[in-house]
Design a protein around this ligand. Structure first.
Ligand code: NAI
Ligand code: MG
Length: 360
């Protein structure tokens, strides 16, 4: 089958890591008989340099008409780049916000997966890690506290700031459906995280999730309060499969979950909307400190490409093959410098890409 992919290398290490993901995708294509057609577009600092804007209308149109988007990262050195001291809508990150909004990507999926081979990098004790963990956090991305009405005013001589946490049924339903769909492709277990002992929005959240759950009789569903969830993540991470939660809770919990996997260079992510078109990118940024040195870890981007195969193209077998290839290469002892350990073989960005492609 043929699939069109908008490729956004971006800034810093972006072009280096995206090249490796493409290498692996091409290998999947020839191995399994698919054709991936790429259109490269500019976004971020490189687009500002070329066109004066972080994302041009032409580039956005290409993304919109593609089957999926694969992104490296955007941005320069924080506080010290030519793109820093400019109006907010002319910064590299504005391109990212714009593309997410324009593509209607309301669901952010971040897997937190601990590779057996990297157990040493996990900050949790061995008896807590147990057989390891493999979960995804499904975070609502375009509603809740971050998008509610806000204002600051003086009330009776005291400065007072207000933020509001608003959700409607439709917003909750569409993210819940995504979470259950993803659970069906995994271990069929959803834990919905809220603060229903206090918040009205959480009570509505719980009610809608229970309604959606009726359409997924195979999925085991339960509720957990967010403060308890924060604790459970470091006490018994193995109990989680899919965590479904609102925007701010998901923001906080996904950072907590990702750090217990040990390395930022390993973490993939996907942002999905109501169509099959998704945006896939590593969780890390453009790492300007190591750009151009061929030492960045491309695995987060390669695993993001695997998510693309799974969620946008329904190529589960192919996604499994990419994940298995990553595992194999780690098992064989190959490491980029960020995950380097005693007795392992250090490889460059492009060597890591070659090794993973060879193992497809
Ligand atoms: P960063 O994630 O780029 O780097 C943090 C640290 O992790 C650095 O020491 C870096 O060398 C290291 N690192 C990151 N990815 C790595 C990889 N694949 N392999 C090995 N080491 C890796 O975060 P930072 O430095 O805060 O931000 C740099 C720029 O990236 C900023 O302009 C920021 O706004 C942007 N950014 C962009 C994102 C995106 O495009 N989605 C997300 C996060 C940050
Ligand atoms: Mg955050």
């Amino acid at each position: 089958m043929g699939f069109s992919i908008a490729l956004i290398p971006g800034d810093g290490i972006g072009p280096e890591i995206v090249a490796e993901a493409r290498k692996v995708l091409d290998c999947v294509g020839s191995r399994y008989g698919h054709e991936f057609n790429y259109t490269e577009i500019l976004m971020g600092g490189c687009s500002i340099d070329a066109y004066g804007v972080p994302l041009s209308d032409e580039a956005l149109a290409v993304a919109k008409s593609s089957d999926s988007v694969l992104l490296g990262a955007v941005g320069g050195n924080v506080g010290n780049s030519r793109w820093y001291d400019v109006a907010p809508n002319l910064r590299p990150e504005a391109g990212l916000l714009k593309i997410r909004k324009e593509l209607g990507l309301f669901a952010n999926i971040r897997p937190a997966y601990l590779f057996n081979e990297l157990k040493g990098a996990c900050p949790l004790k061995e008896d807590i890690i147990g057989d390891g963990f493999d979960m995804v956090i499904m975070r609502e991305l375009t509603g809740g506290l971050y998008f509610g009405e806000r204002h600051t005013e003086e009330v009776d001589g005291v400065m007072t700031a207000t933020d509001t946490l608003t959700y409607n049924e439709e917003e909750i339903r569409r993210i819940a459906v995504k979470a259950f769909d993803i659970a069906m492709k995994r271990n069929k277990k959803v834990i919905s995280v809220d603060k229903a002992n206090v918040l009205d929005s959480s009570r509505l959240w719980r009610k809608v999730v229970a309604e959606v759950a009726k359409d997924y009789p195979e999925v085991e569903v339960s509720n957990m309060l967010v403060d308890n969830c924060a604790m459970q993540l470091v006490m018994n991470p193995g109990q989680f499969d899919v965590i479904l939660t609102e925007n701010m809770f998901g923001d906080i919990l996904s950072d907590e979950a990702s750090m217990i996997t040990g390395s930022i260079g390993m973490l993939s992510s996907a942002s999905l909307g109501s169509s099959k078109l998704g945006l896939y990118e590593p969780s890390h940024g453009s790492a300007p400190d190591i750009a151009g040195k061929n030492i960045a870890n491309p695995i987060a981007t390669i695993l993001s490409a695997a998510m693309m195969l799974r969620y946008s193209f329904d190529l589960d077998k192919e996604a499994d093959a990419v994940e298995a290839a990553v595992k194999k290469v780690l098992k064989d002892g190959y490491r980029t410098i960020d995950i380097m350990d005693e007795g392992m073989t250090q490889v460059s960005t492009s060597q890591m890409g070659d090794l993973i492609a060879d193992n497809i």
